[in-house]
Design a protein around this ligand. Structure first.
Ligand code: TXA
Ligand code: MG
Length: 339
């Protein structure tokens, strides 16, 4: 079942929100929009409902889920301690694209946290998500609503492409805003550690709580995963993606080489790069001067790759400043090669 909610609609007591919330509290799976990507939700206290998420996505059981709440104070029921820094982050960024890892108190289905002693919590900044979570009045476990390994969904169409027939419902709230997932930060450590870059940047976090660490897996040359999810192949279309660092001159050489070998070459590039190369592209990411917009378009564009007949897609390498950190993290994970 698909419930369509239009922008600007009054969501309190909205019949669709009430119905979708009932689905959740009755142990069903419901996909819904957040400001980052669409999530696939289920009651985080209900083992079977949570299992249905793993089954629908084909998600490995050792990859824990984020618990979504509609009110800040609910998390006290599920965590043993909120450090001063964690509280400052909550005050500064919730609702928002920041998932905070805290020591778990139990009380949630054990498969939510994949047996870890910690739990990731987040209050999303999207009117539909907030209305749904508040109406359901339960903690909702929700990973991104894609098949495991595919790009996360930024529209309800993407959700249906992957999960139609495998979930109980989806709330269509239009396109999501940020376009990549939340930042995940481990606040069980004295110096909090960013496990996954995302919608809230490192600089924004450090402006509130001072210096933080980066997970070793995010530092070049080390790929021991800390956040269980980071070790899996992600966001990847079936067609190989190569990230090409360097100038348009360097990219032109790769294009010529590949075309010489008879390959059909797609270009996932900025307006500026298309102009420099003098080549049109159907995988355009917008202006490189607006990385927020490039990030918003990334997953849609990655999905588009599989609708086109390319043998290889060359992607531009963008600045890792600000939101560029999350953008390039996802792009490099989607890539089969970085040259
Ligand atoms: O923006 C988002 O975060 C979206 C929307 C739907 O909220 N959700 C999302 O969930 O991206 P998911 O499951 O696709 O990614 C959750 C990430 C995974 O990398 C997982 O391993 C990590 O968070 N994670 C969850 N709980 C954790 C924990 N207790 N300790 C370490 N990492 C954890
Ligand atoms: Mg995901």
């Amino acid at each position: 079942i698909c419930w369509k909610v239009d922008e600007g609609e009054q969501l309190q007591n909205h019949p669709y929100i009430i119905e979708a919330a009932k689905y959740l509290s009755h142990g069903k799976t419901v996909a819904f929009p957040t400001e980052t990507v669409y999530g696939l939700g289920a009651d985080a206290t209900d083992e079977q409902a949570v299992q249905a998420i793993f089954d629908a996505k084909g998600r490995p059981a050792d990859n824990p889920l984020i618990v979504h709440v509609g009110k800040r104070n609910v998390i006290e029921q599920y965590v043993t301690a909120i450090s001063a820094k964690a509280q400052q982050l909550i005050d500064a960024f919730w609702p928002g694209a920041l998932t905070i890892i805290l020591p778990s108190k139990g009380g949630l289905a054990s498969n939510v946290t994949s047996g870890l002693t910690t739990v990731g919590v987040r209050m999303p900044d999207h009117p539909v998500a907030l209305a749904l979570l508040q109406e359901a009045a339960i903690p909702v476990a929700a990973p991104s609503a894609n098949s495991s390994g595919k790009p996360s969904p930024t529209s309800h169409e993407h959700v249906l492409q992957d999960l139609n027939g495998k979930i109980n419902g989806v709330v269509d709230g239009g396109q999501t805003g940020v376009g990549v997932e939340s930042t995940v930060i481990d606040c069980t450590l004295d110096v909090p550690m960013i496990l996954r870059p995302g919608g809230v940047t490192q600089a924004e976090i450090e402006a509130v709580i001072g210096a933080v660490d980066l997970a070793p897996s995010l530092v070049k040359g080390d790929d021991a995963p800390r956040s269980p999810g980071m070790k899996y192949k992600h966001y990847a279309p079936d067609c190989p993606i190569w990230v090409v660092a360097g100038s348009s001159h360097d990219m032109r050489e790769v294009i010529e080489q590949q075309e010489f070998e008879g390959k059909r070459v797609g270009l996932m590039i900025s307006d500026e790069r298309a102009e420099e190369l003098g080549l049109p592209t159907d995988l355009n990411l917008g202006s490189r001067d607006n990385l927020t917009e490039v990030t918003r378009r990334l997953y849609h564009t990655l999905r588009k790759v599989d609708t086109l007949q390319y043998d290889v897609v060359l992607a531009e390498s963008f600045s890792k400043e600000g939101i560029g950190e999350a953008l390039m993290n996802r792009l490099e994970k989607a890539a089969t090669k970085i040259i």
